[in-house]
Design a protein around this ligand. Structure first.
Ligand code: PGA
Length: 254
């Protein structure tokens, strides 16, 4: 990655663990990483544990985020969680458009765009995820799919509204499959994502925005991915549930 962009590594805990396990994991992550300032570290616990994890991370340099949000501010939306609820329990960050939201829960590009706007309006820092499915890659549509997802989400927004935006390229075929993209595959898409962002928001914005790679990252693959020019960090699922491995991934940057 380019030195002017500080790497950012996130741990997406998905639907794993109990309250006690989340508290222990948060404390262990803090112990292992709070003195390490070279990389910005984020964790994304399940909704019910956010408040408790916020307490464990209080006054540390580890950022707290939620895995999703609803785009409405409040109302009769059973089971949904608003941006303001997240900020009120100490969340600063939120994942938007994760592939499991898109493909398991059916969030369309338009819903993702609305969620992004709701996050920004509440002052949450968004990690906007994009990524192609295996059949889309096989059909040669990788760049087009990622560009379409980006365009729909960012359309009409200005760079000054997006100063905290982080992007995550997460090929669906690599998530939870053990099939990590090669550093070359990641770099190729990251470079095109950055070019697309330049077209949408200008070259200066594109040069500064950080783009994470996500999909089956492990401690042994982290350094190779992060060594690529346009890979500015990682979004880690399964391997973020073990503090030792997650810390090794955060520290893997050369
Ligand atoms: P994985 O998940 O590391 O378990 O593949 C990555 C993600 O979904 O962010």
């Amino acid at each position: 990655m380019t030195p002017k962009r500080k790497p950012v590594v996130g741990g997406n805990w998905k639907m794993h663990g109990t309250l006690g396990e989340a508290q222990d994991l948060a404390s262990e992550v803090r112990n292992r990483l709070s003195s390490y300032g070279a990389v910005q570290t984020l964790v994304f616990p399940p909704f019910p544990f956010l408040g408790a994890v916020a307490q464990r991370l209080a006054d540390s340099n580890i950022g707290l985020g939620a895995q999703d949000l609803h785009f409405e501010k409040k109302g009769a939306f059973t089971g949904a969680v608003s941006a303001e609820m997240l900020t009120s329990v100490g969340c600063a960050w939120v994942l938007v458009g994760h592939s499991e939201r898109r493909h398991v829960f059916g969030d369309s590009d338009d819903v993702v765009a609305k969620k992004l706007r709701a996050a920004l309006a509440a002052g949450l820092k968004p990690v906007l995820c994009v990524g192609e499915k295996l059949e889309e890659r096989k059909a040669g549509d990788t760049f087009a799919v990622n560009r379409r997802q980006l365009r729909t989400a960012l359309n009409g927004l200005a760079g000054d509204q997006l100063q905290h935006l982080v992007l995550a390229y997460e090929p669906v075929w690599a998530i939870g499959t053990g099939l990590v993209a090669t550093p070359e595959q990641a770099q190729e898409v990251h470079a095109d994502v950055r070019a697309a962002v330049a077209e949408l928001l200008g070259g200066a914005f594109a040069g500064a925005v950080r783009i994470q790679y996500g999909g089956s990252v492990k401690a042994e693959t982290a350094a190779g991915l992060m060594a690529k020019a346009d890979v500015d960090g990682l979004l880690v699922g399964g391997a973020s549930l073990k503090a030792e491995e997650f810390a090794a991934i955060v520290r893997a940057r050369a």
